[in-house]
Design a protein around this ligand. Structure first.
Ligand code: NIG
Ligand code: FE
Length: 393
């Protein structure tokens, strides 16, 4: 099977293939047993029973192992310098997490050269890729000046297509006495400088960060410049973030840890994805978000790492899957769906998060007979090979 100059590759004898296409296999995961996948260039060309795979230039025998779509990590903060080991240590000795820790990373990031930031983004993208993440969103938010935010987004955009402007992460110390002036900066000159480098606009809508009115002003201004809203909502306590996200048609409301029944109903009745970030609750010893409640209400749930040096310094989607199953009421099937197809929904992508003809050839081969092992064998590096855009990495 050769449709153009790129060699075709078949992965055969896949014990269990997660396609996330119910028309191709069983259940919401579209599971196929003893399956094969054909990759042509950067795309999936064919999916079906192993015995019926068409002839290809190359073949890889999956030998009884499982294959899943590459993870879609729809929420991270990779453009930063330094780390916050001391803060983590203090927290594990009882100090609570607060939004204020962000300032430490802002100072370190402003002081860092472009090369340091660029290398950090590359490092964490590579770390994620080794663990199966083939689509990675990332944000600004540790610059908080016009120049530093634009620089962060430029550097992020060199390495990923999914870039989010988060100038409204916190009010920086230099504007502590004038939060309204900072909102004017974010919605004015900062947005003008940043919008060309980003696809999304985000706000940390939380006590200690931005209130509902400020968040509305920032998200609305971003939308007027063509950026689609997503919101850090209801992480540390109840608040207006989720309702605002739904009202503004945001692609996702992220964290969703503290929800009222009205918040759950709003998400369930909307296209806004509830993105849960269990690494943050793990690393801040906080209450787990209740995925079961959201799923039972009919909301679409995504899982993501939130990789950042303060509240969740993990790039591991398998770790997040294990936490979501153990502590947030998700079944292994639901968690795998949320970490792949759910992330794609949160990024409004149809070309990733599924293994179906025409989709991007992003796949992870597991050293396990089933995707369930991602939760069943926590902490074990089961991702043994990754294809990204058709290339074995
Ligand atoms: O998603 N909540 C806001 N932002 C990050 C934390 C950033 C930090 O602590 O540096 C989060 O958890
Ligand atoms: Fe975050």
């Amino acid at each position: 099977m050769t449709t153009n100059s790129a060699p075709t590759t078949a992965l055969t004898h896949i014990a269990q293939l997660v396609t996330n296409d119910p028309s191709l296999g069983e259940g919401p995961l579209g599971l196929i047993q003893d399956a094969a996948v054909v990759i042509d260039g950067d795309r999936i060309a064919w999916v079906g029973p192993s015995g019926k795979a068409p002839a290809t230039d190359n073949a890889v025998d999956a030998g009884g192992r499982a294959v899943i779509p590459g993870f879609v990590d729809s929420h991270s903060h990779l453009v930063f310098a330094g780390d916050r080991t001391e803060e983590f240590n203090a927290r594990m000795s009882g100090r609570p997490y607060s939004a204020g820790g962000i300032r430490t990373t802002v100072a370190a990031t402003r002081a860092a050269g472009d090369d340091v930031l660029r290398a950090n983004v590359a490092r964490y993208l590579a770390e994620g890729l080794r663990q199966g993440t083939t689509t990675q969103e990332t944000k600004s938010g540790y610059g908080l000046t016009v120049e530093d935010e634009a620089r962060a987004l430029r550097i992020a955009a060199e390495q990923t297509d999914e870039v989010t402007f988060l100038g409204a992460h916190i009010v920086p110390p230099d504007h502590a006495d004038d939060p309204a002036g900072y909102v004017d900066l974010v919605t004015g000159p900062m947005l003008d400088a940043c919008a060309p480098h980003a696809r999304w606009v985000d706000v940390f809508c939380e006590k200690g960060a931005f209130d509902g009115d400020q968040a509305r002003a920032i998200l609305t201004a971003g939308a007027a410049k063509g950026l689609v809203p997503r919101v850090h909502a209801n992480q540390l306590g109840h608040g207006p973030g989720v309702q605002l996200a739904v009202e503004l048609g945001a692609a996702s409301a992220d964290h969703c840890t503290h929800l009222t029944d009205a918040d759950v109903d709003a998400l369930a009745g909307s296209e806004t994805v509830a993105t849960l970030l269990p690494g943050a609750e793990f690393s801040t010893r906080a209450t787990w978000p209740d995925a079961r409640r959201l799923l039972d209400a009919g909301a679409t749930v995504a899982l993501s790492t939130d990789c950042n040096p303060g509240s969740s310094f993990t790039s591991s989607m398998p770790f997040c899957i294990a936490l979501a199953v153990r502590d947030m009421g998700m079944t292994p099937d639901e968690a795998v769906w949320s970490a792949t197809a759910g992330g794609a929904r949160a990024l409004r992508r149809t070309d990733v998060g599924r293994i179906t003809p025409g989709a991007r050839a992003d796949l992870a081969l597991l050293d396990a007979p089933s995707h369930v092992h991602l939760a069943y064998r926590p902490g074990v590096p089961l991702v043994s090979a990754v294809w990204h855009k058709g290339v074995l990495v």
